[in-house]
Design a protein around this ligand. Sequence first.
Ligand code: ACO
Length: 320
Amino acid sequence: MQYAKILGTGSYLPANRVSNDDLARKVDTSDEWITTRTGIKFRHIADDGEKTSDLAVEAARRALADAATDADEIDLIIVATATPDMQFPSTATIVQQKLGIANGCPAFDVQAVCAGFMYALNTADAYIKSGMAEKVLVIGAETFSRIVDWNDRTTCVLFGDGAGAVVLGASEETGIIHGKLKADGNYLGLLNTPGQIANGQICGSPYLTMDGPGVFKFAVKMLAKVAEEVISEAGFTAEQIDWLVPHQANRRIIESTAKHLGLPLEKVILTVQDHGNTSAASIPLALDSGIKNGQIRRGQHLLLEGIGGGFAWGAVLLRY
Ligand code: ACO
């Protein structure tokens, strides 16, 4: 039995760190409102010249170094993003070119917004388990600052830019144990960025629109359910989970999932205060942060979970 095992992780945040007070100077909001409702204190914003692929490449370089893997050993690249560099080609092919990977390996994007990393990780796991790939670079990278309306206080305070990457390798040792993906397109109206390029114009708003309370209710319910299902289908109990590594959208959503599972907050990786919601990048950013600061150690069991527009959601149980 071949497992997909995490060989190394890396992440990257743009240098520009923006506080709640900085935002309060631009829109009618306050540190107090943002902190109480979301737990967010800071977010990083990409410079004008910095593209999603640039963030992805920096995170990937760090993950490759951490995994002691040469870029040319990678035989599949998957980038989870809802903010690609271009309409086409995929950001994954741009990342392949920027990393100088010349072995012709397949590269594609996965679009499941904030659940993107769950979709990418499950896909990579399937490639490895089926023998179609041995070393996969899985990246979540976003520049959501480009699709939020900076005059809309109900959305702009929530998001940030960043990238996280994982090198997965085929291994006899236990890695990804079980994963599950879900989607329900009936909830499209809760969260979307409708604009599309057509006939030389952007048709529909280019900005993210969201029913905040609606998203909150749906996220809390579905994350608890999928997390529980993944744990029980794997034959585990919540007590065996060493760390919950959740999508970092909102501290209150994270607390609700942890409470539902009976996990104390000491077992939850929390980065939302420093990163804001970085969509597909948030889980690999939190994972890398937990590993690099010594919270997550080899041999521990992690439950990763995320949800986003679509709606799409999922969870993965793995042994690190
Ligand atoms: N600063 C100050 N006041 C604000 C702000 C702001 N940034 N934004 C909204 N308000 C005001 C509203 O205008 C409203 O005022 P009113 O009562 O005078 O009309 C009041 O605050 C309450 O607004 P609500 O939307 O009801 O506030 P709520 O308590 O629901 O919190 C929030 C809003 C934080 C967006 C919450 O609904 C939430 O976290 N939802 C989940 C959204 C999310 O995480 N989206 C990310 C993408 S999806 C994902 O990643 C899972």
